[in-house]
Each structure stands twice: as C-alpha cells, then as structure tokens.
Write a new protein. Structure first.
Length: 243
C-alpha cells in the first residue's frame, strides 16, 4: 500500500478536525525517496487555513506560519517563512482526499506495512505532535529510518522521533540541557554553534553531499549522533527567518 489515511480525528494541539495522509514519493531531490505524510485541516482548504490562522490546528506555535490576515488580495498569511509550498503537495493531497482518493490505513497492521522497509518523513507538512504518538510508532516500526520536526512538544513526548524546531540559539541551548536534539534555521553559517550543531549535509552550503534518506541525522534521540542540526534559510520564505 503506497498511500492512505493514517489518522482522522481531533488535533492534539487544539481539538479541531484534522487528517493525516501518507503517500510514497521519490520526487523530492533533497529528501530522496520517502513515505511523505501530510497533516491537514480536514474541513478547510490548506491555503485558507493558513491565511485565516486555522492552520494552528496542524502547525501550532510555529512562527513560520506567518501572520493571519483578512486582506482579500492575499492567498496566504503575511510574512510566511515556511519553505513548504502549500499550493503544491499539501493542496494536491487535500483535494485528492476530498475526492475520496485515499483509503483508510489507520489500523496498526496497515500503518506498519506502509512504512516497512522505507524511509518515513513525519510531517512533510504539519507538525507530528498534532497526531497521536501511536500512529508514528506504528508507521516507523519496520521502517528503514525516519525524519521528523516539531515546534509543539513541550513535554518531550516526541523527542525520540523528532528534532525540536528551535527558533533561536537560546531555545536550542535550553533544549540541549534537557537532552533534546534540535533543528535550527539560521541566516548564515556564522550563526551555527559548531560545538553542538552540524550543518545539514543535504543543504547547498554542504555541497548536497547527502539526501535526507541517506543522512538520517534528523531522527530525534534514536540516532547516536550527539549533535543537533542546522540549515541556512532557503526558499521564498528565507527573508522572514531571523538569525
């Protein structure tokens, strides 16, 4: 099974209706071939969810969501810094879901089958913390490996699977003191804490010497690497990212 609905129910962030859908894709040159997972508001077009701020249900406190607006000339939130193009993967998946393309795949056996012997990306769009932990545990149980990032895990429930997204060096250091590995976007190489962070090997600045599928550093505390990961801001939203 290459795709399916892996979760449909209340967001663990705010209780609103969300859906998580897995697809198997090799089209992303940075990540490589992965099971991609999209976490979406079930009831709202993802563009409208972002513009109105309703994407809090699936992105929580992430500052890269941008600022909600009612400006009729805008399609998305103001100052959105997220590198994910909502009008591409997230929108295509949401429209396919609304057309009834995806079958239910939320039982444990099917989740394990989708992830088996594959790399899994927790939250290609959306924060994995919005979805119950058991979904990710089943999906990754027989996987080759996985990557994940979360802005919304204050209790560390996802730390084994996900990197904590840090928005400043101070936030990163606070997480390191708790034994939590972080992923941080910086504006330049000079902002990387070389004693505690490594430059993302899949980034242009690192010569793209790996893909996420071959690197596997961004796997929370399941990896043996003692260091966290940083990447230089890229894409259309780079101008909205602080140091």
């Amino acid at each position: 099974m290459d795709s399916g609905i892996i979760y449909r129910g209340p967001s663990l962030i705010d209780g609103a209706p969300i859906v998580a859908i897995a697809t198997y894709s090799s089209r992303n040159s940075k990540t490589g071939t992965f099971v991609q997972t999209y976490i979406l508001r079930e009831d709202i077009d993802p563009r409208d969810a972002n513009k109105s701020g309703a994407d809090y249900s699936i992105c929580g406190s992430c500052p890269l969501r941008g600022v909600a607006t009612s400006d009729p000339t805008r399609k998305l939130a103001k100052d959105r810094g997220c590198y994910v193009r909502i009008d591409q993967g997230p929108l295509l998946v949401w429209k396919s879901y609304k057309r009834g393309v995806y079958s239910d795949a939320s039982d444990g056996a099917t989740l394990r089958a989708i992830g088996a012997r594959r790399m899994v990306r927790l939250g290609t769009y959306g924060d994995p913390a919005a979805v119950p932990r058991w979904v990710w545990d089943a999906l990754t149980r027989d996987a080759l490996g996985f990557t994940g990032y979360s802005h919304n895990d204050p209790d560390g429930n996802m730390r084994a699977l996900c990197m904590q997204s840090a928005d400043s060096l101070e936030q990163a250091r606070a997480a390191w003191r708790k034994g939590i590995r972080t992923f941080r976007v910086v504006t330049g190489l000079e902002h990387i804490d070389n004693a505690n962070e490594v430059l993302c090997p899949a980034s242009a600045e690192a010569g793209k010497r790996a893909t996420c599928a071959t690197c596997r550093l961004c796997a929370g505390t399941t990896t043996r690497s003692p260091k966290s990961v940083a990447i230089v801001a890229h894409g259309n939203g780079a101008k909205f990212v602080g140091a």
